[in-house]
Design a protein around this ligand. Structure first.
Ligand code: KG4
Ligand code: ZN
Length: 343
């Protein structure tokens, strides 16, 4: 096998991830989630997430090493999510990564969580073409990026002006009485619903920008459901879920295709938790095919947060022999998407 063996550590939200990658080969992907501990609050509780990361950190790394059949002594570099994310949660991963790097005497790469969501696709579909347009849709971010080099240059073309796409899923799920996180249950409920049943608004659809807005859509769904309930009528959960999901997928794919056209790029990669959505994947497939754009979307398990994505980006940096981050690397909860690695 070619290239350095990279351990990736992810703790930006509620998943403790440890992954091992060499080149573009995924050797291990151990993820421990604290999502069950947050479910009754309807959202991630930062303090609870931090404590869960502390408990899961070293067992997750040990599990990844065992999966790959290697030991810590075989690891050539450590990569860790330095931001963006929850400050306390990030700190656990960053502290652990520093400890591993220091004791092993290996380079440390503090990387951007968002670039890692893009880089992970290389584990499944090989090297990313340059440039590529990336649609990044997660619980905290919705962005369109021009990526000349995932390990070096990421340019922001547009982003949400209010809620992230995943946040809208989570809030709409709550309105519909579905569990947290809302993406998977809405995806499931929508399968038996009519996506054309309710014409929900599509924010910023015609404004010509590459920005998104999902707050109006979320409010429109809540109003529609409240009015229905006030009249004593049952809420058609499947139809509401399908119509909401259609509005989200429609705007995201329309703007992603527009970004490709505007920048003359014929490859689109989609990453982040919402990229696991079945309707988004299908509609993106249709619209990219019609526009002559090659679409790359990692399998759903690699779209949601994991350590393999951090290792994938770390592998890109380490393979090129790029300098690492200092051992006093800070966790930066609002690390800008353009900063791929913290130096
Ligand atoms: O990337 P991710 O795991 O964490 C962040 O970096 O935020 O994304 C989590 C988000 C949540 O809002 C969750 O509801 C959404 O991804 N999500 C989905 C699906 N699976 C997860 N949204 C729509 N459809 C899905 N199948
Ligand atoms: Zn994420």
């Amino acid at each position: 096998m070619i290239g350095p063996l990279v351990l990736g550590i992810e703790t930006s939200c509620d998943e403790t991830g440890a992954g091992l990658v060499r080149g573009h080969e995924l050797l291990a992907d151990a993820v421990a989630s604290s999502v069950d501990e947050h479910a009754r609050f309807g959202g991630v509780v930062p303090e609870v997430a931090s404590r869960a990361h502390l408990e899961a950190m070293t067992p997750s790394v040990d599990r990844a090493l065992a999966q790959a059949g290697v030991t810590l002594a075989d690891v050539d570099a450590i990569a860790v999510t330095a931001g963006p994310g929850l400050a306390g949660a990030l700190l656990v991963g960053v502290a652990a990564a520093k400890a591993y790097a220091l004791t092993l005497g290996k380079p440390l790469y503090g990387v951007n969580h968002l670039a890692a969501h893009v880089a992970v696709d290389q584990l499944e579909h090989g090297p990313l073409p340059a440039p590529v347009i990336a649609l990044l849709v997660s619980g905290g971010h919705s962005s369109l990026l021009l990526v000349p080099d995932v390990a070096g240059e990421v340019i922001s073309l547009g982003s949400t002006v209010d809620d992230a796409a995943g946040e809208a899923y989570d809030k709409v799920a709550r309105v519909l009485g579905l569990p947290f996180p809302g993406g998977p249950p809405i995806d499931q409920a929508a399968r038996s619903g009519d996506p054309a049943a309710i014409a929900f608004p599509r924010g910023k659809y015609h404004d010509g920008s590459l920005d998104f807005s999902f707050a109006g859509l979320k409010t429109a769904v809540a109003r529609w459901v409240e009015e229905r309930a006030a009249r004593g009528e049952p809420v058609p959960v499947a139809d509401v879920a399908a119509s909401f999901q259609e509005a989200v997928a429609d705007v995201l794919t329309r703007k992603a295709v527009a970004a490709c056209r505007q920048h003359g790029v014929d490859h689109l990669v989609i990453g982040g938790g919402v990229a696991a959505n079945s309707r988004l994947r299908a509609l993106a497939g249709e619209r990219c095919a019609a526009a002559g754009i090659r679409l790359r979307v990692p399998r759903p398990g690699l779209c949601t947060d994991n350590g393999a994505m951090v290792a994938a980006l770390g592998s890109e940096l380490a393979s090129r022999g790029l300098p690492g981050s200092p051992l006093d690397l800070p966790a930066d909860s609002s690390l800008p998407v353009t900063e791929v690695v913290v130096r």
